[in-house]
Design a protein around this ligand. Sequence first.
Ligand SMILES: O=C(O)CCC(=O)C(=O)O
Length: 322
Amino acid sequence: MQSLLRSRYPSTCEPAEDPAIANIVDTARYPIHELDGTQAAATIAKARAAWETYGEVSLPGFIRADVRALLADEVSGLPAHNRRYTAPYLARKSLGSNASLDPEHPLRRLFQSDIHAVAGDQIPNATLLRRVYDSPAVAAFFARVIRRGRLYHYADGLQQLNVMYLLDRGGRSWHYDGSDFVATLMVQQADEGGDFDFAPFIRTRCGGGGGDAENFARVRELFDGAYAGRRTTRAEAGTVQLFNGCRSLHRVRTAFGPTARITAVLSYDSNPPCAQQLPSLEANVRNYGERVRDSAVWLRAQEERRRLCAGVESPPPFETEG
Ligand SMILES: O=C(O)CCC(=O)C(=O)O
């Protein structure tokens, strides 16, 4: 069983050359190995403009066309946890009971989700997907676009890299993410449907916290199909999307057909590993199933974190929002 935190911890994403990544990433289109060159400057400027306006950047053709089928093949059929639930878009305890609200209030609406999540420890090391996630050149490029000095791998081995399957009639309902930056890679698109809808910066701050910041009137418009700010994308395989999901409400529409919609979610953090806030055991059990509680995987990760972060005050675990 591989370590949850993986052996590179804590010096992940060190700026470094990674010429072999050109076998996977289309570096002619995205010159991630020459970030200070003229072509990279133009690519980064365009991406930054989208990031700042919409909290979203699509990078079509980021993965080379000749490796896409292999990449998909390597991450197809991995052991996954089926998350199937009906819930309001926000289920935060701090907002209190929804029962007394106006029946038309957005918190009273219920939405269905049906997705299959592969946790990071189930994704083999020898996959092209891992090469992309582990690449310091890729992380450095993303950091430039979103104006972070540096990005580190997320130190929770279950959440750092995920694969999500949407099978026929699967979908993911409206939700926010717990972090302000995630990179999603479209591995394989569904035959039909599977469009990504989002409402850029519809809430005023990450975490919301109820009250004015949630902008419930606008969310109600969104759910009624009357919100003018909604945007929709439908990525082709090989596209990377950078997304700020903690202020922008988003969903994946129902996918149809025998071809699974497969995305990979690559998680990074601006803080070094020992300063990162990691998910609680309960949050991981919800995301990846009871095996997390029952196996040695979680205990070993906690032990490793205690050892590596001895003497560093790490933030307490949190309950994920997404
Ligand atoms: O699969 C996608 O395109 C987006 C997934 C998503 O909503 C999320 O990771 O929060």
